[in-house]
Design a protein around this ligand. Structure first.
Ligand SMILES: C[S@@+](CC[C@H](N)C(=O)[O-])C[C@H]1O[C@@H](n2cnc3c(N)ncnc32)[C@H](O)[C@@H]1O
Length: 260
């Protein structure tokens, strides 16, 4: 396992995957990340902010567009130091802070985005973080997310509660995916208008997706690490079992919204 990932000594599902060598930790894979980044149309005129860069994979992609500035707000000290090492961009700034209160000034960004972070927040915090994105955006600026959504729109409360319970047990994070209308409501409450969205299946741990996201060589390394670490193998298989169990109810989604 890479030294940097070994430092993430945390029980949460995404850090287990990171320790095993997985770099793509967002629900819709590289495919949906690419759609999200494409929708943002990042240029050298943009001040870009990313909440929760994790291991810095999308950060690299963003910086390849040479934005006027790239600022990452990451709550986890170790993750932030990994991003610092992996992403070399002279206009990059890293802030170790909670996205609830990014410490950034009002109207300082043209584009803001985050992946695989809001779903793991309570609904109150989801709203607070979306409002924080709206606060730091300039009027006309864009906010994009890449998260998990529940289908159908009128999913029963009982099923929702079952999904929340099983996800919390498997991932050891209180993941609370919501439906598209619920996401739209949170955006509207923050003064953001949904412009477009796109969905994908929740195949984060399915072999075809892993190969597509990580490449053949890294997938082989991940499989080796899974086979040689029984405790982590149990956790990964537990997560995959829950994703499969709720295959018909969980989708990954990217949403683009504009500050009106
Ligand atoms: C599942 S990982 C996703 C990382 C990355 N966005 C990706 O898609 O690969 C979740 C990340 O969100 C960060 N995070 C969680 N809550 C946060 C918060 N309130 N503010 C900033 N970062 C947060 C975690 O430290 C972690 O890096």
């Amino acid at each position: 396992m890479a030294k940097t990932e070994k430092k993430l000594n945390i029980k949460q599902g995404h850090w287990i995957l990171a320790k095993l060598g997985k770099r793509v930790l967002r629900p819709g894979g590289i495919e949906l990340t690419d759609k999200m980044i494409e929708s943002l149309k990042i240029s050298n005129k943009d001040d870009v902010v990313e909440f929760a860069p994790g291991l810095g994979l999308t950060a690299k992609k963003t910086c390849s567009f040479s934005p006027k500035s790239y600022t990452a707000v990451e709550i986890n000290e170790e993750a932030a130091s990994i991003v610092r090492k992996r992403v070399k961009y002279d206009k990059m700034r890293l802030i170790v802070a909670n996205a609830v209160e990014s410490t950034l000034p009002d109207s300082c960004a043209d584009k803001v985005y985050c992946e695989a972070m809001l779903t793991m927040q309570s609904n109150k915090n989801k709203g607070t973080i979306i409002s924080e994105a709206a606060r730091i955006l300039r009027p006309g600026g864009y906010y994009a997310i890449h998260e998990i959504c529940l289908i159908p729109d009128d999913v029963s409360e009982m099923l929702k509660r079952g999904i929340y319970h099983d996800l919390a047990t498997a991932i050891q994070v209180n993941a609370r995916p919501i439906t598209l209308p619920e996401w739209k409501e949170l955006f509207a409450n923050a003064g953001l208008e949904v412009v477009s969205y796109s969905t994908n299946n929740m195949h984060l741990l399915e072999p075809k997706r892993v190969i597509n996201d990580e490449g053949v060589f890294r997938t082989m390394k991940i499989v080796f690490n899974i086979l040689t670490h029984p405790a982590m193998r149990k956790r990964v298989l537990g997560m995959r079992r829950i994703f499969r169990k709720y295959e018909d109810s969980l989708r990954s989604i990217t949403i683009l919204a504009k500050k009106v």
